[in-house]
Design a protein around this ligand. Structure first.
Ligand SMILES: C[S@@+](CC[C@H](N)C(=O)[O-])C[C@H]1O[C@@H](n2cnc3c(N)ncnc32)[C@H](O)[C@@H]1O
Length: 390
């Protein structure tokens, strides 16, 4: 999460200004910087990439967000009132104390042993977070399209909280998320989307700027697992960074939302219905496609400077079919994510180096960096590979 690094004495004034603009992260807290002179204020994911005046005098740091224990204690109090303090205590750490906000929805993961308390969990969360409309239980990512199964367990209806027979009018999961100053249409029940990847997208932005400086021209960006397009949203927000774009996904529902998003981000008239990948504008190839087959199309082969590979459980296996998409007449980059167990990371690093073409002179060989836990043994990692021209 992005944090504004502010001198201790200036915190109150900045908090007020950020709150007025809606740029203060909800449910997260301010905490001291290690230098003792500053505090880190959590920024809302919707705040613009380039934070304007009067905040631009402060540094922005990426740091894991810390939950505001006051909102947290509210949820524990409500839960204790609903199920009893002894029940809360008997299940200890199993209660879903963390959650993900997606616009006005909250996603929690309820362990099997606590499923009988789903209604009370939803009610306690809705009481503790008055801006939330709908609470969903995350039953995991499913299938090749990586769609989460999210079941509604509680909602706010005309000021009341309902936890059974939730009417359709309040259980829609199609929402607009604000991220880095842009709106992203998504429906996590129909296409993969995670708000937790914002810092990953900001890192991709800063790597893309480095590549642009090296090439001295706008980048041709290929995102063949683009989902509803959040990585492109961040890249397109930087003036002059992106030239041609390939945005495709195997999931037609994701492409339908991608077209809606591109219509707003690009201010152009994209089709409404998902179509097989095609050249919609001179500089835009968009549509439904199996990423592993795209390089068989001679128009799309050997054309791209930045390739984004976001299918972390298959990235390394799929790389051989994706590398031919790169333009090897100049330096290029692959930015990818991989799921691996900690003990297998070195093996995965060797596989990356064996599969990918040689590294561009002066840049580090690709290697996985652990970003967070995926499960008790698996880690979600990312990498960047700077590819030398042939
Ligand atoms: C982990 S999600 C990432 C989505 C998006 N890049 C994001 O960051 O939100 C992986 C995406 O790959 C898509 N996908 C899976 N297999 C694919 C394939 N063979 N070709 C193209 N897309 C595929 C899924 O539909 C899903 O949208």
């Amino acid at each position: 999460m992005r944090h504004l690094k502010v001198k201790n004495l200036d915190v109150e004034a900045n908090l007020r200004l950020l709150r007025d603009r809606g740029w203060l992260a909800q449910g997260m807290r301010v905490f001291p910087h290690e230098d003792g002179q500053h505090r880190l204020i959590p920024l809302d994911p919707g705040a613009p990439v380039l934070i304007p005046k009067p905040f631009d005098i402060h540094e922005i740091l990426l740091h894991e967000g810390l939950l505001d224990t006051r909102t947290d204690s509210d949820w524990w109090n409500h839960l204790a009132n609903l199920v009893g303090g002894d029940v809360v205590e008997s299940f200890g750490d199993s209660w879903p104390s963390s959650h993900e906000f997606i616009a006005d929805m909250m996603v929690v993961r309820i362990e099997e042993s606590l499923e009988a308390f789903s209604s009370q969990i939803a009610e306690a969360k809705l009481r503790a977070h008055p801006h939330i409309r709908l609470v969903l239980n995350d039953e995991g990512v499913q299938g090749e399209l990586r769609i989460r199964k999210l079941s509604p367990i509680g909602a706010r209806l005309d000021g009341d909280i309902v936890t059974r027979d939730i009417p359709e009018e309040v259980s829609s999961t199609r929402v607009m998320v604000r991220e880095s100053g842009r709106t992203i249409l998504c429906d996590p029940n129909k296409a993969y989307f995670s708000t937790k990847l914002q810092s990953e997208r900001l890192e991709t932005l800063s790597l893309a700027k480095e590549l642009r400086s090296l090439l001295n021209r706008p980048l041709r960006v290929c995102d063949p697992f683009c989902g509803v397009g959040p990585a492109l949203s961040t890249l397109l927000s930087e003036p002059g960074l992106v030239g041609d774009v390939l945005a495709s996904d195997l999931n037609p529902d994701a492409v339908e939302m991608l077209l809606d998003n591109l219509r707003r981000w690009d201010n152009r008239n994209y089709p409404k219905k998902p179509i097989p990948i095609s050249r919609i504008f001179d500089d835009r190839f968009v549509g439904v496609a199996d990423a592993t087959l795209i390089s068989e199309n001679p128009v799309l082969f050997g054309r791209w400077d930045l390739l984004i590979v976001n299918l972390p459980h298959r990235t390394i296996d799929l790389l051989p079919s994706l590398v031919p998409l790169l333009d090897r007449t100049s330096p290029s980059m692959i930015r990818g994510r991989v799921i691996a167990s900690e003990s297998e990371i070195e093996k995965a690093n060797s596989a990356l180096r064996e599969t990918l073409p040689p590294t561009y002179d002066g840049k580090e060989d690709p290697k996985l960096r652990i970003k967070r836990d995926y499960s008790s043994i698996l880690r979600l990692c990312s990498f960047q590979a700077w590819i030398a021209p042939e």
